[in-house]
Design a binder for this molecule. Structure first.
Ligand SMILES: Cc1cc2nc3c(=O)[nH]c(=O)nc-3n(C[C@H](O)[C@H](O)[C@H](O)COP(=O)(O)O)c2cc1C
Length: 323
């Protein structure tokens, strides 16, 4: 097998053939294609959240935040943005998302100089009064009083906990942790993920058993989240990995937030194995463009439960100067 691997990695065509014959990539490839197809359906009839609007409004707010803002920008996408905004106004788009889009568009049209394209888009956009979901100066941001040492203690406190008290988990705390997780950075602010949750221990156990790394502790998980990525936020192949990055950044914030609320957690690897994927997709009722990124077991830590030491690498090991 290693001889074959050695041969296949020598050329792109051979590696591609290897991947084609292995079938291991089938679901991933199909999910990316399903995501692209669904993306265009969402552009045509947006509901709840619009991938195109989120991306373009973010590009506009970045333009508006430049120190020496250009008098003319976004000409290549302002028309499609206004058109999408209008479609969203007729749909059940989340009101916060719509308000943010409206506020940013109002500010954009206030600041930008007219060109034929911008004049047409301006005439089409009927914004009305703007609100405060617009770029603001860093100096106005309230600063945290958390020191490095305090954050270090929180990070040391957050360990993968696999032994939980057999007590119900207060879902209100999870909601608060998700509010904090939602503040994590995401590419173009698309936030292409959802947290599927069950606080029923039997459901948590069933789902945890679908993963591979839960032998011996799946049975004592009181609450479980599946972080699910949504590939319908992307029209391009180049963006196919973003769900994993954005979902993981949010999951990290979620786990730290949980610790501050008295709940511990253990991230659980979700392997891309067809049989398991099929079972999970059925259990969570996933569409083809939705992919599980990881599971997170949650509960109150059993104080007598053991924690693996899990030695961490030093900064010397982790840092590599760029030459
Ligand atoms: C993506 C990911 C997948 C993981 N999968 C599992 C798993 O399947 N089973 C498990 O017991 N722990 C799992 N863990 C927890 C790791 O074993 C743990 O994070 C690592 O050993 C470091 O320990 P710490 O989290 O206590 O710092 C996973 C962690 C991550 C980030």
């Amino acid at each position: 097998m290693s001889l074959l691997g050695d041969l296949l990695h020598r050329s792109r065509l051979l590696s591609k053939l290897g991947a084609l014959f292995s079938r291991s990539f089938d679901r991933e490839i199909q999910s990316v294609a399903a995501g692209q197809s669904h993306y265009w359906k969402r552009v045509a009839s947006p509901t709840q959240s619009s991938p195109l609007l989120r991306r373009n409004i973010h590009r506009l707010e970045k333009g508006l935040s430049m120190p020496d803002g250009k008098p003319v920008f976004a000409e290549d996408y302002i028309e499609e943005t206004v058109e999408q905004y209008q479609k969203c106004c007729e749909s059940d788009l989340c009101s916060n998302e719509r308000q943010w889009a409206k506020d940013v568009l109002i500010q954009y049209f206030k600041k930008v100089q007219d060109t034929p394209v911008i004049t047409t888009a301006r005439a089409r956009f009927q914004g009305g009064e703007g609100g405060n979901m617009v770029p603001y100066a860093r100096a106005t941001v309230p600063l945290s009083k958390i020191s490095y040492e305090e954050l270090l203690i929180l990070c040391q406190q957050r360990r993968s906990v696999r032994w939980f008290k057999q007590e119900p988990v207060d879902v209100e705390r999870i909601r608060r942790a998700i509010d904090l997780a939602s503040l994590a950075p995401s590419a173009c602010n698309r936030q292409p993920f959802q947290f599927f949750i069950s606080d029923k221990p039997d459901v948590a156990t069933d789902i945890a058993r679908l993963a591979m790394g839960t032998k011996g502790f799946a049975e004592n998980i009181p609450c479980l989240i599946a972080v699910v990525g949504d590939l319908s936020y992307y029209a391009e192949y180049r963006d196919r990995h973003i769900i994993y990055i954005d979902g993981s950044l949010a999951a990290m914030q979620l786990m730290l937030a949980l610790e501050t609320l008295g709940l511990s957690s253990c991230p659980i690897n979700w392997p891309d194995i067809e049989k398991r994927e099929a079972k999970m997709a059925k259990r969570l009722k996933l569409a083809a463009h939705q992919r599980v990124i990881m599971l997170v077991a949650i509960g109150k830590a059993d104080p007598s439960g053991m924690i693996p030491y899990s030695q961490k690498k030093s900064h010397q090991q982790l840092m590599k100067p760029i030459e």
